[in-house]
Design a protein around this ligand. Structure first.
Ligand code: SF4
Length: 355
């Protein structure tokens, strides 16, 4: 319970409460899914507590651990058919997004419109945040900060976004750009100053978190950013860097796991659902960069061309306690994570921020 994100989670909950986004059905959903997880029941609550939706997997920062220099997204499945295969790019039909929001809005605590891509690139981001605010759905965003311009600052404050997280990995561009090839930390810092000023002017309750991705090569700039965040009255968090593809800087490509979670059933299976841009319903955000995934089905929009190989499902309710997810919960509670290749290498415990 008292994880390193405890205080930020508490702040988000207070903001959700003050913004009128918590009701009895949402509390019931949380309590039910927590009991189901703790007692390892096959059935969880009627709907996920949290739904992550990938609006688009395009990004303007080209981070080294995520994409190659041309912006192709790495497929992390070691058993992919071709070694040079990349993850297909695309964007979600707004119809799919609104269909899901309309189904879960009274029960799911958070609807998070990002997974792997930069959310401000999505052309309907204004419609997305308006719909969430209109339905009193709690929401948070994560961004690289480049497009956190005046227009988007006004949008998130007007539409009462509950939290925004901005990741950085340096206080100066020569350091920040080692990981974020196309990032511009000077522009990001200007955007953060504007955001802080607007928050004061509008007396907004939004919770802002600067997420410093820590490596050996940027630790000398950590305190500079911590002080910068403190002066703007923003929360500051540190997460370990991902050394994937940073071999030339002397890093080992595989992160050392902080704990061994191989026998711990994953809480996400009882509480969180991820929806990919193409409507695929997946166990967690790691699955969007792992080809040939174990999915629960696909939600189709009213006007898209259906892929004949997909298992189209009518709604979230039909899969959330359906045969496929129950099978996965059973595997996790009996044999642990090792029999599912993607889960076997995952040490995530609890429901936390993805990194
Ligand atoms: S164990 Fe890890 S990879 Fe598997 S569903 Fe849970 S969070 Fe995702």
């Amino acid at each position: 319970m008292f994880t390193k994100y405890f205080s930020i989670k508490a702040k988000i909950l207070i903001t959700l409460f003050l913004n009128g986004k918590i009701n009895f059905k949402k509390i019931f959903n949380i309590v039910y899914s927590s009991i189901a997880y703790n007692f390892k029941l096959n059935h969880s609550s009627i709907f996920p507590v949290v739904i992550n939706m990938e609006l688009s997997n395009k990004c303007n920062e080209r981070c080294v651990f995520c994409r190659d220099a041309k912006g192709n997204i790495f497929d992390l499945n070691p058993d992919k058919e071709k070694p040079d295969e990349f993850i297909k790019k695309g964007r979600m039909e707004f119809d799919i997004f609104s269909k899901i929001v309309n189904e879960v809005k009274n029960h799911s605590l958070l609807i998070i419109p990002y997974v792997n891509g930069e959310p401000f690139i999505y052309k309907h981001i204004d419609k997305v945040l308006k719909l969430l605010n209109k339905n009193k759905s709690g929401s948070i965003l994560s961004t690289n900060g480049i497009l956190l311009n005046e227009k988007h600052i006004n949008l998130i404050l007007d539409e009462k976004l509950d939290q925004i997280k901005i990741h950085v990995s340096g206080f100066t561009n020569p350091i920040h750009q080692i990981e974020h090839r196309m990032g511009d930390v000077e522009e990001i810092k200007n955007n953060l100053i504007n955001l802080s000023n607007k928050i004061k002017q509008q007396k907004s309750r939004i919770v802002v978190m600067i997420d410093y991705i820590l490596y050996d090569h940027n630790k000398h700039e950590l305190e500079l950013f911590r002080n910068f965040a403190k002066n703007l009255n923003f929360n500051f968090s540190i997460r370990p860097g991902n050394p994937f593809k940073l071999k030339e800087l002397g890093y080992k490509e595989k992160k050392q796991p902080e704990i061994d979670a191989s026998v711990i059933a994953c809480e996400w299976l009882w509480k969180v659902l991820t929806v990919n841009w193409n409507g695929d319903l997946l166990p967690c955000c790691d699955y969007v960069v792992w080809s040939k995934t174990y999915g629960y089905g696909t939600i189709a929009s009213d006007n898209n061309n259906l892929d004949q190989n997909k298992h189209i499902v009518p709604n979230i309710k039909s899969i959330w306690n359906g045969a496929k997810i129950i099978e996965m919960r059973k595997i996790h509670t009996t044999t642990g994570r090792k029999t599912i290749p993607i889960c076997a290498g995952c040490n995530r415990v609890g429901v936390e921020y993805k990194y």
